[in-house]
Design a protein around this ligand. Structure first.
Ligand code: IDP
Ligand code: MG
Length: 222
């Protein structure tokens, strides 16, 4: 069955430029997918809250909204045969450190909920999310050559960077999670590693990014 799904390169994938380009390449190069909308959007608080409204009662809700509003995202509408489950499989487990190494989250997710990409989890959700992002952020399904060339330009521009510190960042998170190191003790290292990856971000946003990672480490899941 032909389906449409909403895919977001979350702010971590956007700010970590090379990682974002690698992820986008996986979607572009999959011949079963047709990318119909592609737009860089800085989500407002209200859009982030509506997008994650199913989670509003969860203890991590506020931090989740802080994460989605950390910086811009790339919003896409992708069409394809059973595209909703296919993309969920490509993403892997919600929690980066549990995701299989060949999945997008397994390859590029830092830790816990900092997991690079969002994708709709079912047909109803996809309809809700596509219409929400169209209404509130102008994510229009224009399709065609314009979308394709925007994607090609993005990949070409950022794949040159070639800096991917995922495994180093995750290694530090693991030591914090096992109690071998403290978050405070690691903040400087997180900052340095992210600064290498986030080539065009200012220090204020990178510091916020470090805070988001730290919050996530404290927000332990069951
Ligand atoms: P999904 O993104 O795999 O569909 P959901 O359960 O819908 O996962 O959760 C939405 C997002 O909320 C996740 O992608 C992740 O960023 C974050 N999240 C989910 N569970 C937790 C948690 O227990 N702690 C922190 N963040 C979480
Ligand atoms: Mg979900």
């Amino acid at each position: 069955m032909i389906q449409n799904t909403l895919v977001l390169l979350k702010p971590d994938a956007y700010l970590r430029r090379y990682v974002g380009a690698c992820v986008l390449k996986e979607f572009r190069d999959n011949k079963a997918f047709k990318i119909k909308a592609f737009k860089e959007v800085t989500p407002s608080q209200s859009l982030a809250e509506k997008h994650y409204s199913v989670h509003r009662e969860k203890p991590f809700f506020k931090k989740l909204v802080d994460y989605l509003t950390l910086g811009p995202v790339i919003a896409m509408v992708i069409e394809g045969e059973n595209v909703i489950p296919s993309i969920r499989v490509m993403l892997g487990n919600t929690f980066s450190e549990k995701a299989e190494p060949h999945t997008i989250r397994g390859k590029y997710g830092i830790w816990n909920g900092i997991n690079v990409v969002h994708a709709s989890d079912g047909e109803e959700t996809a309809k809700y999310e596509i219409s929400l992002w169209r209404k509130e952020a102008g994510v229009e399904e224009t399709g065609g050559d314009t979308v394709n060339s925007l994607i090609d330009d993005y990949i070409k521009r950022w794949s040159k960077i070639r800096i991917d510190n995922t495994l180093k960042l995750r290694g530090i998170c693991r030591l914090i999670a096992t109690g071998e190191r403290s978050i405070e003790d690691c903040e400087e290292e997180f900052f340095k590693l992210l600064k290498e990856e986030c080539v065009d971000s200012d220090e204020t946003i990178i510091k916020k990014f470090v805070r988001i990672i730290a919050d996530n480490l404290q927000e332990r899941k069951k």
